[in-house]
Design a protein around this ligand. Structure first.
Ligand code: LLP
Length: 414
């Protein structure tokens, strides 16, 4: 069931009318359904019950600490890609042994932070990174758990900017020879322990065949690594499952896990996944108010600094008026644009909608890669975030003030 549905022409998030949220907290405003976040995450967690498999929520998709706490409480681990994300996960009480640290450019400080906190694994993305992790672990007189992230040369389709598993993409290590010699090196080092093998081929993947192919390539490589004498604890197949941004159906997490369980039959290693979007995307909307109507433009108070996806990837989000005021007859094709001084500042083009000044619109499927990618461009304070828990709407991030924007800056002229 969708968390955002019309009841008597008014759009609700669970039991809360979105008009109340806009009135109480203002716009632009991100609204998340606790129930949807939990239900989406439980599709992974419940399918893993009775096994040691682990779903590590990808913090980059939606990183508010209230959201992370909800997901931790129902049994998710975390996939992090920076010291900041690790700090967030640890701050909500995540067990470090459920934290995986990926990313091509981990700094020495971040590596030290991960080793000292005892995280489950560093997903190592280059030979140089491994040497650095080893040196830091040696200085600390500790052993760092590592997995090699390999690049399987699989094109998962979708937008070029979010495909990560092709040769030539910056992620992981492509050469099997390099991976095998690095594995031998890790095996022989007293300061590194090879715990897994990892792979993440992209995002918004709508075809399970890419996951099957990834699993098969991972097994092949894991078997070669085991011949060295290394017994891997887990195989991490990354995140990437897509969601529907329109009415088309795509495979859901249960289908993905059924398919992977089939592939994993007979394997010793446990399965780790790093889902982001498939947990957070349809759990959130961005509320925005129509400021002006001009020709075919609805000029709203949210902009590309609040939701970058349409500008950056030409992503299409449905946009609904929170008061459904007709049966579709008066809807026109409109471009929903923000106040930023760029023609790339749009939230949606050719959106069929009926709206007038002061109406509130909901940009749908905005829970993932929405607020987290926002900025202060044009010196615009970032939106607030609200969590709906059944019939309650709770502020989980304050709206930034103009003083917040200036507070990090130092005036040299005083
Ligand atoms: N694991 C790793 C190593 C990743 O790089 C990512 C996403 C994930 C897991 C989670 O992928 P998901 O399940 O959310 O697809 N900003 C883009 C998406 C970038 C994804 C980056 N990596 C967008 O708005 O579409």
């Amino acid at each position: 069931m969708d968390a955002f549905e019309y009841k008597q022409n008014k759009l609700f998030c669970d039991d809360v009318p979105l008009s109340d949220v806009a009135e109480d907290f203002g716009t632009p405003c991100y609204v998340y359904s606790k129930n949807a976040l939990q239900n989406n995450a439980l599709k992974y967690v419940d399918s893993f019950k009775g096994t040691n498999n682990l779903a590590c929520f990808s913090v980059k998709s939606l990183s508010n600490i209230s959201v992370l706490k909800i997901l931790k409480d129902i049994g998710c681990g975390f996939d992090v890609v920076s010291g900041g994300e690790m700090y967030r996960a640890l701050s909500v009480g995540a067990d470090p042994k459920t934290i995986i640290f990926s990313g091509v450019g981990k700094s020495s400080d971040e590596i030290e932070q991960g080793i000292l906190n005892g995280i489950l694994s560093f997903n190592v993305e280059s030979v140089s990174e491994l040497y650095r992790i080893e040196a830091i672990a040696q200085q600390l007189k500790m052993v760092a758990p590592v997995s090699i992230r390999f690049n399987p040369d699989i094109d998962s389709g979708g937008h070029d900017y979010i495909t990560t598993g092709r040769k030539g993409d910056k992620f992981g290590i492509s050469s099997v020879e390099d991976i095998l010699s690095l594995s031998k090196y890790i095996f022989s080092s007293p300061h590194t322990h090879m715990i897994g093998l990892a792979c993440h081929i992209g995002s918004q993947i709508t075809n399970l065949d890419s996951f099957k192919e990834t699993a098969q390539k991972t097994f092949e490589l894991a078997d070669q690594i085991s011949e060295i004498g290394i017994s891997l604890d887990f195989l991490d197949l990354g995140g990437g499952l897509g969601v529907s941004y329109d009415s088309n159906n795509h495979p859901n997490p249960e289908e993905l896990i059924t398919c992977l369980n089939d592939e994993f039959k007979g394997r010793r290693e446990r399965l780790i996944l790093e889902p982001g979007r498939s947990i957070s995307a349809n759990a959130g909307v961005l509320l925005t108010k129509v400021e002006y109507v001009k020709d075919e433009f609805l000029i709203v108070d949210a902009a590309m600094n609040d939701l970058l996806r349409p500008s950056l990837y030409e992503a299409r989000h449905e946009i609904w008026n929170i008061h459904e005021n007709d049966n579709g007859h008066d809807k026109k094709n409109m471009n929903v644009v923000g106040p930023i001084c760029e023609s790339s500042d749009f939230l949606g083009k050719n959106i069929k909608i009926n709206a007038k000044e002061d109406d509130i619109l909901a940009v749908r499927t905005a829970g993932a890669y929405g607020f987290v990618m926002s900025s202060n461009y044009n010196s615009r304070p970032r939106a607030c975030e609200v969590l709906v828990d059944a019939d309650k709407a709770l502020l989980i991030r304050k709206r930034e003030s103009l003083d917040d924007i200036l507070k990090m800056e130092l005036s040299v002229n005083d």
